[in-house]
Design a protein around this ligand. Structure first.
Ligand code: 9MR
Length: 612
């Protein structure tokens, strides 16, 4: 088992340490950039020699660079292995997370906020900024630190500048202060790439003893906000692919999985964004594409195939965006799991259905019309292989029953759950070959809801209502439900001769309904947490393999690509104090592998599940 050392910060508190003046402007270059966060390519890193004219306004002001805190570091893991895609013959690109692991470098380490844009700091004074850590051992000498930053109009107007820097933690807190990005280089609200070459004498930054913090601080009399949209370090040396002591260069963790899908004999899927998220659009974001095409052979549209997207008003079917998504998949030999023909959740129900004032019979006909049109349309594109026909029609609690007043479909069908079977019949009538699933959450808990679902499908089978399988969404916790419970719930479906598909898998580290929250909120994605999640992913996949025979395996899909694009952080924004702390997926926010990916692969390869 590979050893993964996480980049922890030290808990030592040391105050008011090193002087950090602005330097002579030796090595910062600035270039306009429109690159997406996390997509910094090695070739975009320019080690430049900016003219000395970029001398800072406050070239001698000392700075109180904040001491290490117990805040977690970025997602870098030292060199047990390397992400091949990040290495070139001459250099290694290490992406740094901009969704966790940063702290303010002023008193109390405060002033940091995260958003979908990245990490921001309030430029409340000279030398105030944001830093993140890179764990020793690390060879940063001659490395180029690159950030895409955006400043607010207040910052621009204040005339302040920015200084990217690196600093050895502990000891003398030596630093690289020769980098500079003057105010004239910024336009309010626009992305600017700033770089800093770590070029201190005596290989000071080739550290075995101390971690290094790198960041950016405001210089002058700043006001406003600075946002770091992406951050990366290009190490001078090529990463070694051998594990252990032969290299002292840090790199992104690699799970050593060339392609997850190639390890499985059933579909391995992922939910992706499209026009519903400009940042993570699978059709335009190269990092998303690379990751999806490498590991997955099935995609689910996170949103854009829901009812209100496909038929916003009665008779007005809008397939353009969904077609582009399905066609892209086809061009990459990726199949589609359709999601979802019928879902009560308010925002995806078209207004004409919500406001239906006609008869129940006509409502059911309108529902069938939606299903017939959509299923027909995608039958013509032969890579859509299965549908979530009805999603989440059952209540939680004991006993579980059909949703009633909170479901437009139940109410407008004449206070009847008949819409469910009508939906399945319509889907089958439209396409005889496509697999039809009932999809729900919490049914993996082997509880009343599981039993109600089984009661429903037993009834369907007795009355020849077409259904092929059950979709277990599986938005689960780190410790709950147990793999044994999950297996028992799946077994009930297998015993009905139905297919089992894990449709929306994610393993939340924090989630308000998990037993560790909020009392035992996990504030840092530490090595221990990452490895616990790895084991958990492995156990879930193993439970699936052990329980579901090959002919009934509909596949396993994860609900999102990277930690940066998970529904959990959005839904629980308030409980999470705007922090992104669910960390539920297989890849970190910089598209690096997480140990969770190794755990998934371990199960597929028959390796014992382990938190080592
Ligand atoms: O991930 C989806 C999120 O972007 C949407 O805002 C939300 C509401 O439409 O739906 C999320 O996906 C859900 C899925 O469609 C059904 N199962 C639960 C998923 C997570 O909420």
């Amino acid at each position: 088992m590979r050893h993964i050392k996480h980049a922890f910060c030290l808990s030592l508190v040391t105050l008011g340490l090193t002087a950090c003046g602005g330097g002579g402007g030796k090595s910062t270059s600035v270039a306009a950039s429109s690159m997406a966060p996390g997509s910094v390519a090695a070739s975009s890193v320019i080690a430049s020699s900016a003219p000395a004219s970029s001398t800072p306004a406050s070239s001698v002001a000392p700075s109180s660079v904040a001491a290490p805190s117990s805040t977690p570091a970025s997602s870098i893991a030292p060199p047990s292995s390397f992400a091949a895609s990040s290495s070139s013959a001459a250099a290694t690109l290490v992406n740094l997370s901009v969704t966790s692991g940063w702290r303010g470098n002023g008193d109390g380490n405060s002033g940091i906020t995260y958003s979908s844009d990245g990490v921001s700091f309030t430029a409340a004074g000279d030398n105030l900024g944001a830093v993140t850590d890179i764990a020793a051992p690390i060879q940063l000498e001659d490395a180029v630190f690159t950030m895409i930053v955006k400043v607010s109009s207040e910052f621009k107007s204040s005339g302040a500048s920015l200084q990217p820097f690196a600093q050895i933690k502990g000891g003398a807190w030596a630093g690289e202060w020769d980098c500079w990005a003057g105010n004239d280089l910024f336009t309010a609200g626009s992305d600017v790439t700033i770089t800093c070459t770590i070029a201190e004498a005596d290989k000071k930054f080739d550290q075995t003893a101390n971690d290094v913090q790198i960041g950016v601080q405001a210089k002058g009399t700043p006001t406003g906000v600075v946002t770091i949209k992406s951050a990366s370090v290009t190490l001078k040396q090529k990463a070694s692919n051998s594990s252990g002591a032969s290299s002292s260069a840090a790199s992104a963790y690699s799970a050593n999985v060339n392609s997850l899908r190639e390890l499985a004999t059933f579909p391995i899927g992922v939910a992706v964004s499209n026009t519903d998220s400009p940042s993570y659009n699978i059709l335009t974001n190269a990092s998303e594409k690379t990751l999806v095409e490498k590991h997955f052979d099935q995609m689910t549209a996170g949103n854009i195939m829901k009812m209100s997207y496909l038929q916003p008003s009665q008779g007005n079917f809008t397939f353009t965006n969904a077609d582009a998504f399905v066609d892209y998949a086809k061009s990459k030999n990726i199949n589609i799991h359709g999601h979802a023909l019928v879902w009560h959740s308010d925002y995806q129900v078209p207004n004409f259905m919500k406001n239906w004032s006609g008869s129940a019979a006509d409502f059911l006909t309108a529902l069938e019309t939606h299903i017939t049109n959509v299923v027909d349309h995608y039958e013509a594109k032969d890579n859509l292989v299965s549908w979530d026909v009805v999603n989440e029609a059952l209540t939680d609690g004991t006993p579980s029953n059909f949703r009633t007043t909170d479901s437009t479909f139940y109410v407008k069908s004449g206070n009847s759950a008949v819409y469910i079977e009508r939906a399945f019949k319509a889907a089958r009538a439209a396409n005889a070959g496509v697999k039809l699933y009932y999809n729900d959450y919490n049914i993996e808990q082997n509880n009343s809801k599981t039993n109600k679902m089984i009661e429903m499908v037993t009834d369907f089978q007795a009355r020849s209502i077409p259904i092929d399988g059950i979709g277990f969404q599986m938005h689960v916790c780190l410790n709950y439900p147990t793999a044994t419970t999950i297996a028992a719930a799946m077994k009930k479906v297998v015993d009905k001769g139905l297919m089992v598909k894990i449709t929306e898998l994610d393993v939340a580290i924090n989630q308000p309904y998990c037993d560790n929250y909020p009392a035992n909120k996990i504030s840092a994605f530490t090595q221990t947490v990452a490895l616990a999640q790895k084991k958990r992913y492995c156990e879930i996949v193993k439970a699936y393999l052990d329980t579901v025979p090959a002919n009934l395996r509909g596949g396993i899909s994860v609900w999102g690509t990277t930690n940066a694009n998970t529904w959990l952080d959005d839904l629980y924004r308030t409980q999470f104090d705007n922090q992104k702390i669910s960390w539920p997926l297989l890849f970190d926010s910089s598209y690096n592998d997480k140990p969770a990916l190794r755990g998934f692969a371990d199960a597929l390869q028959g390796t014992a599940c382990s938190n080592l």
